[in-house]
Design a binder for this molecule. Structure first.
Ligand code: RIB
Length: 311
């Protein structure tokens, strides 16, 4: 395991890189319906990239393992990560697939609907991860999501486990996961929808959040951090579960709030905050992200988070 690095934590992210096409509209259209939107913006996104950028802006040394096409979207995305100081040495340019694209509609309440054309993301291989083995072995933490192939996620988790590096798995977008994988996950961070897909339990209040979290703990995860939107997050370990409330903000766009939360959680855990402190910090990072439009444009800096938390 790597030695503690409380000042500048080192985080590896294995995950997706997209370019988001974001239309704001009064509401999200129904199937078969055309409605007029109010604005359009193109911005860098992708759950993996968003979490990498979030962690980098909070002061971590971040290595991002991903695949993009040889198109302009891929070039622009990499240039953006580099501006945020992210190590892009393990981002593969794939000549046979386009870069990932997400179409996003954001309604008047800041809620969204997203469709992703994965492109090169779904071609990220275990061998791509192996090339970054040294970085993973030296990291304080590995963080993953589910927008890249399952076999690649599993391989990265196994590699981190072999090097005794703790793993955060953000199971988004969710699909059923087996216990062999969950047993290697130190921190699982579903939202309510993802928790329902993983457990079959509708998360509607504290009691159901606790039931879902305990179900996941029973399957081998060591810590569950179930995000509850504007309510905060339900933190559950063998020692019990509790709500860690978040700050109230005016929501402009909830896109990537979960990514901001995960980036914040990774940084706070890597600098050895307690679990409760880490979730409180992550809550504030997520809350700040919903006050701005766009995924990566909304990721706050460390100074912004400190000011918001009143430090
Ligand atoms: O979590 C938000 C992200 O989901 C967007 O940036 C979009 O690209 C999709 O990956």
């Amino acid at each position: 395991m790597s030695s503690p690095s409380p000042d500048r934590p080192s985080i590896v992210v294995v995950g997706s890189a997209n370019t988001d096409m974001v239309i704001t509209a009064p509401r999200i259209p129904s199937p078969g319906e055309t409605i007029l939107g109010t604005s359009f913006v193109m911005a860098p996104g992708g759950k993996g990239a968003n979490q990498a950028v979030a962690a980098a802006r909070l002061g971590a040394a971040v290595t991002f393992v991903a695949r993009v096409g040889t198109d302009l979207f891929g070039s622009e995305a990499i240039a953006g990560y580099q501006r945020d100081g992210i190590d892009t040495a393990f981002i593969v340019r794939d000549p046979d697939a386009p870069s990932g694209i997400a179409m996003i509609v954001v309604d008047a309440h800041g809620e969204n609907a997203i469709v992703v054309a994965s492109g090169a993301n779904m071609r990220l291989t275990p061998a791509d991860v192996d090339r970054a083995e040294h970085a993973i072995a030296e990291a304080d933490l590995l963080i993953l999501q589910l927008e890249v192939p399952d076999e690649t996620v599993r391989h990265a988790v196994e590699l981190a486990t072999a090097h005794r590096i703790p793993v955060i798995l953000n199971p988004a977008p969710a699909h059923p996961l087996d216990d062999a994988l969950l047993q290697q996950v130190e921190y699982l961070t579903p939202n309510e929808t993802e928790a329902r897909i993983l457990t079959g339990i509708d998360v509607v209040d504290d009691a159901s959040a606790d039931r879902a979290a305990r179900t996941l703990l029973g399957r081998g995860v060591r810590t569950v951090v179930l995000t509850l939107g504007a309510r905060g997050a339900w933190l559950a370990t063998d020692g019990g579960g509790r709500l860690i409330p978040t700050a109230r903000v005016q929501a402009v766009d909830t896109t990537a709030a979960g990514d901001a939360f995960n980036g914040g959680l990774a940084v706070a855990l890597a600098v050895r905050h307690t679990l409760d402190e880490a979730v409180r910090f992550a809550n504030h990072v997520g809350a700040l992200a919903v006050t701005k439009l766009g995924a990566q444009p909304s990721m706050p800096t460390r100074d912004e988070v400190d000011a918001f938390m009143g430090d």
